[in-house]
Design a protein around this ligand. Structure first.
Ligand SMILES: N[C@@H](CCC(=O)N[C@@H](CS)C(=O)NCC(=O)O)C(=O)O
Length: 223
């Protein structure tokens, strides 16, 4: 099966799919677009105008990262999804929770004013508190077995590790389970290779090119 992933190099949702592809060692092609000036062919292909899009066998177009990830998982056994229906449903719900956390993080990064930043940070931290309380002993979200939920959170944690260096947002010690989970995720080959090699520098350049309190603060990330 031929898999072509259409990406924007800084997109955390695409990164989730790259992690699944790499974790499952599925061969794929990746094409990058400029999301600010999306090419016509992409707009014709993508029903939502969003990345990721996965084009299968050069024809069928899949969209929505959670759907794409389940498809990649389904065609590359053994499965990264739990077989128990309730656990699976819960995993899907927490993946959706993670999507909101990614959105909160983006809003935080792009805050126009200091007041906005405080507001978005409070929302982000409230989400992290909920997440922390839902985590077990690990090592992974479901315990011993790595699953799609784990990969879905890695982009969020990778970005917080960078943002925290520009402006201390929260202390990892206040979220010990998340911190341990994030460290394990960041050490995975599938995660390390899921972004462009100069990801931090590109994120920094993206922030430097933007106005507002948040971009000014976070443009101080190393890169
Ligand atoms: N729910 C979608 C979210 C994807 C998404 O928001 N992608 C962003 C880039 S990170 C995008 O393409 N934005 C372009 C737009 O909203 O027009 C998913 O999980 O795939």
């Amino acid at each position: 099966m031929h898999l072509r992933l259409i990406s924007f190099e800084l997109c955390p949702f695409v990164q989730r799919s790259v992690i699944t592809l790499r974790y499952k060692q599925a061969p794929y092609e990746i094409d990058y677009i400029d999301l600010e000036h999306p090419p016509e062919w992409f707009l014709a292909l993508s029903p939502t105008g969003k990345v990721p899009v996965l084009q299968v066998d050069r024809q069928t177009v899949l969209f929505e990262s959670a759907v794409i990830n389940e498809f990649i998982d389904d065609i590359t056994p053994p499965s990264l999804k739990p077989s128990d229906p309730l656990t699976l449903a819960l995993n899907r719900a927490w993946i959706e929770f993670g999507s909101q956390a990614i959105i909160d993080q983006y809003r935080l990064m792009m805050s126009e004013t200091e007041h906005d930043l405080e507001h978005h940070l409070a929302a982000a931290i409230a989400g992290l508190r909920r997440l922390e309380a839902s985590l077990g002993e690990g090592p992974w979200f479901n315990g011993e077995a790595f699953s799609l939920v784990d990969g879905a959170y890695a982009p969020l944690f990778m970005r917080y590790a960078l943002l925290n260096q520009a402006m201390p947002l929260f202390d990892g010690a206040d979220f010990p389970r998340i911190q341990a989970w994030a460290d394990r995720l960041n050490a995975l080959e599938a995660v390390k290779g899921s972004v462009v090699p100069d990801f931090a520098a590109r994120l920094k350049a993206y922030l430097q090119a933007r106005e507002g309190y948040g971009p000014r603060q976070f443009a101080g990330i190393p890169g």
